[in-house]
Structures are given as structure tokens and as C-alpha cells.
Design a protein around this ligand. Structure first.
Ligand code: IFM
Length: 446
């Protein structure tokens, strides 16, 4: 793999935007501003689900400190901020009454972004499903696409006229399969029927939101999908087949639905029996045109066949590559391969933004400094992969580092630090890390 030590802004197209990303529940502080409870509150309160049973009640307190955070972003020479809007903050019951205080927060946040000459990029749903909807079955409920469409319109009414881009959903695989089949995220189910339904309903919700926002004249609409670089753990035919199944479920299911209006055969073989009746009728709305695609990429995953498991009978295998604090194997070439695969097999010249890429590390502040050289190398190498993809014809228009701040890393609580800015979770003091300073230098305009 070629390393890219000397990349600067000038090595990217003129209009390429560099930003940093966060998500509402991970940074805002869910106990502030009249937010209702969400399924992450209840999931975290269940012993064993989340490290130290931590939740998002305070998080980084961005609800009160967003001005300071936007100042840091601006001072770092970034162009854009990617944030999400919390469903349970805006609609504490999920449907019906709006919490005006919660909605007004996003108004202030967007103004603060714009006042600094930055672009606001919003994601409507990044995982805090209101408990009232979760209690009704959440993403398995047949009406959730309509509920989500209503929420999307409320967000659009308030801030839609000022957004550089809007993503409907963040990481539909995590919303559905990770949360309903593997049980790692809220609501913590391990049920193939719930998984299949949520995998379809989350896409149906995406389609519903696109239909409604398009009808309002919006032309900056997309979805953010996460991908891994899936490889077989060996040359054995059963491991190759297992990797193909995992690729179909984790990588192809969502992009194939959005780009082609179909689901991959290798995934349907296990899931079709559990999809809602008439699912085929939804595929046209799911695959209606979007204006851009968001790509989240972090790691390579080796996969082996596991005969002791029910379908899809796969198991993850640890490879030999260097890993992050998450145990994720680092492979920048996987990002290059993904961007070229998306161009060649799915979206052609549709604009793509890398909406998340970054790494967790056990960072510490020493004498006021956080030396995160591993993260600096990770960022440079992944930027190098992006640049090579652009040179080879990928229409990549932006990159958002995940994350602006250390924050609530879901089932891992506050232990896993992805930020380019360190957060002391006792005092909430922000300390820019070496990676922030590296990016600041690299992004300085000459
Ligand atoms: O923190 C998450 C984020 O919420 C979604 N994408 C992956 C990140 C790191 O795990």
C-alpha cells in the first residue's frame, strides 16, 4: 500500500469539502432540552448491554457548547459540519406533538455553522428512536416509514432551506441487522424475522423521506451507507461462500436496493421468507434517484464459514493487519476498492462523500497535548486512498472525519475515543489532538 505523507488540500479538487461528523445522541446530552426517552436509554439501562451501563444523558454537552465546538471546527480550517437531528428530542413521543425547544436547538446550531462560513450537512436519523415507537415494534412496525416521513418534514420545515445536504438515514445495516439480528445495538434483538423486516422498513423510510422532501423541491438528498471490506478467511470454498453471503448482507443489500431496486440473491436466500408481504412493491420508491451517496468506511473483515451457526453461518476471523482500539483491521486500500466498486457497479458518476472514516485509540492528555500519531497515519493513508480513487475517476466530493469529538461510542460507552478533539468526560474540557493540528495544517489554504 502506498502511504501518502505529503497530502494537502491542493491535492484534491477545488470544490472538495473537508469536514468532521458527529451524531445527536453521541454528543448533545440527551437529558437537556425536553428530549423524550429513546431506545438507547432503555438499552443502556439493561445490565450487560453497554460498557459500564453508560448512556447519552450528558455526552459532550454539545447542546450547550455548540458555539465552542463550531469555533474549533472553523479554526481547524474545515469547510463543513455533519450532524444529525434527534427524533426523540424533536418529537418526544415519536408522533404528534413537537418539542419546540428541541427543534429550536437545530435552528441555532445551523445558524452557528453558517455564521462561521461552514456548510451544514444534516442526517435526519442517526439511531435515537423514541421509546414510544420502539414499544410499538420500532423498525419492525409496518407504519414506521410514514412516521419517519412526518419527522423528516418537520426537520425540513425548520432547517431544510439552509442545509448543504440532507441524508435520510445513517447506516441502515446498523439500524437493522446489527440491532435486530446480532443484538449489539438497541433494541438488542436476535431475531431473523425482525432483522429482515427492519432491513426493508429502514429502506422504505428512506424512500418515503426522499419522496416527501423531493416534493418540496429539495435537490440535495442522499443516504449514508456503511461498508466493510469483506474477504474470505481462507481459500476454502465454504469460506469464500460465507464471505459472499456476508458481503451480500452487510454491503450489497442497501446499495443494491437504493441503486437498482433489488436485493442480492445470496441475502434473499435466508431473509426473503421473513420480509413483509408485498415488499417488491416498495422497491421503486426505495430506488428513486438521489443526489449524492454517503459512504462510511472503517475496516477490513475476514469471514469464515461456521457450521455450528444458523444462516448465514458466518463467523468473523481476526487477520494480521494492525488494528484500532475497536479491534478493527486497518486497510486504506479497502476504501479505494470500495469507491471504485461503487462507481463501476452501482452509482456511476453520482457524487459520493465519505461521510465517516476515522479510528478509535486509547488517547490521553499529557502536559496539555494528545499525541495520536497512529490516527494521523490512519487519516493520511485513507486520504491517500480517496485521492487515488479521484484520480481513477471516482466522483468523490467530500470527506468528513469521524469524529469531531470523542463521544458516546454506543455499546462501548465513553471508552473508545474516535475524536480529533479529546473530551474529558468529567470536566467536558476539549483538547485538540495532534491529528486536529495535522489536519489544520494540511487544510490551510495557500
Ligand atoms: O460512532 C459510530 C457512528 O455512530 C456510526 N458509524 C460508526 C461510528 C464508529 O463506530
Amino acid at each position: 500500500m502506498a502511504t501518502s505523507p505529503n497530502l494537502t488540500r491542493a491535492a484534491f479538487p477545488k470544490d472538495f469539502r473537508f469536514g468532521a461528523a458527529t451524531a445527536a445522541y453521541q454528543v448533545e446530552g440527551h437529558s437537556f432540552g425536553g428530549a423524550g426517552t429513546c431506545h438507547w436509554d432503555t438499552f443502556a439501562a439493561t445490565p450487560g448491554n453497554v460498557l459500564r451501563a453508560e448512556d447519552g444523558a450528558i455526552a459532550c454537552d454539545q447542546y450547550h457548547r455548540y458555539e465552542e465546538d463550531m469555533d474549533l471546527l472553523k479554526a481547524g480550517n474545515f469547510d463543513a459540519y455533519r450532524f444529525s437531528t434527534s427524533w426523540s428530542r424533536v418529537m418526544p413521543e415519536g408522533r404528534g406533538p413537537v418539542n419546540q425547544e428541541g427543534l429550536d436547538y437545530y435552528d441555532r446550531l445551523v445558524d452557528a455553522i453558517l455564521e462561521r462560513g461552514l456548510e451544514p450537512h444534516a442526517t435526519i436519523y442517526h439511531w435515537e428512536l423514541p421509546s414510544a415507537l420502539s414499544d410499538l415494534g420500532g423498525w419492525t412496525h409496518p407504519d414506521i416509514a410514514q412516521w419517519f416521513g412526518d419527522f423528516a418534514e418537520i426537520i425540513d420545515d425548520k432547517i431544510g432551506d439552509r442545509l448543504a445536504s440532507v441524508a435520510t438515514i445513517n447506516e441502515p445495516w446498523c439500524v437493522s441487522y446489527l440491532s435486530h439480528m446480532l443484538g449489539h445495538h438497541a433494541p438488542g434483538l436476535r431475531n431473523i424475522r425482525a432483522a429482515a423486516r427492519s432491513m426493508h422498513h429502514v429502506l422504505k423510510a428512506h424512500g418515503e423521506a426522499i419522496t416527501r422532501l423531493r416534493a418540496r423541491g429539495r435537490d440535495n438528498l442522499g443516504i449514508v451507507i456503511n461498508f466493510e471490506h469483506t474477504q474470505p478467511a481462507s481459500d476454502a470454498p465454504e469460506d469464500i461462500a460465507a464471505a459472499t453471503r456476508q458481503d451480500a448482507i452487510n454491503n450489497r443489500w442497501f446499495i443494491e436496493a437504493v441503486a437498482k431496486g433489488q436485493y442480492p440473491t445470496e441475502a434473499l436466500e435466508g431473509l426473503e421468507a421473513h420480509l413483509p408481504n408485498g415488499w417488491q412493491d416498495d422497491m421503486a420508491a426505495i430506488s428513486q434517484p438521489i443526489d449524492w451517496l454517503g459512504v462510511n468506511y472503517y475496516f477490513r473483515q475476514l469471514v469464515a464459514h461456521d457450521a455450528t451457526e444458523t444462516w448465514p453461518s458466518t463467523k468473523p476471523v481476526q487477520g494480521h493487519l494492525a488494528t484500532t482500539q475497536m479491534g478493527w483491521e486497518i486497510l486504506p486500500d479497502g476504501l479505494y476498492a470500495l469507491l471504485m466498486r461503487l462507481k463501476n457497479d452501482y452509482v456511476g458518476d453520482l457524487p459520493i462523500m465519505v461521510t465517516e472514516n476515522g479510528m478509535a485509540w486509547d488517547d490521553h492528555v499529557r502536559n496539555g497535548i494528545v499525541e495520536d500519531s497512529e490516527r494521523c497515519a490512519y487519516i493520511r493513508d485513507h486520504m491517500g486512498a480517496m485521492q487515488r480513487a479521484i484520480n481513477d475517476g471516482a466522483n468523490l466530493t467530500g470527506f468528513f472525519y469521524w469524529s469531531l469529538l470523542d463521544n458516546y461510542e454506543w455499546a462501548f460507552g465513553y471508552e473508545r475515543r474516535f475524536g480529533m478533539i479529546h473530551v474529558d468526560f468529567e470536566t467536558l474540557k476539549r483538547t485538540p489532538k495532534a491529528s486536529y493540528h495535522m489536519l489544520k495544517d494540511l487544510l490551510a489554504r495557500s
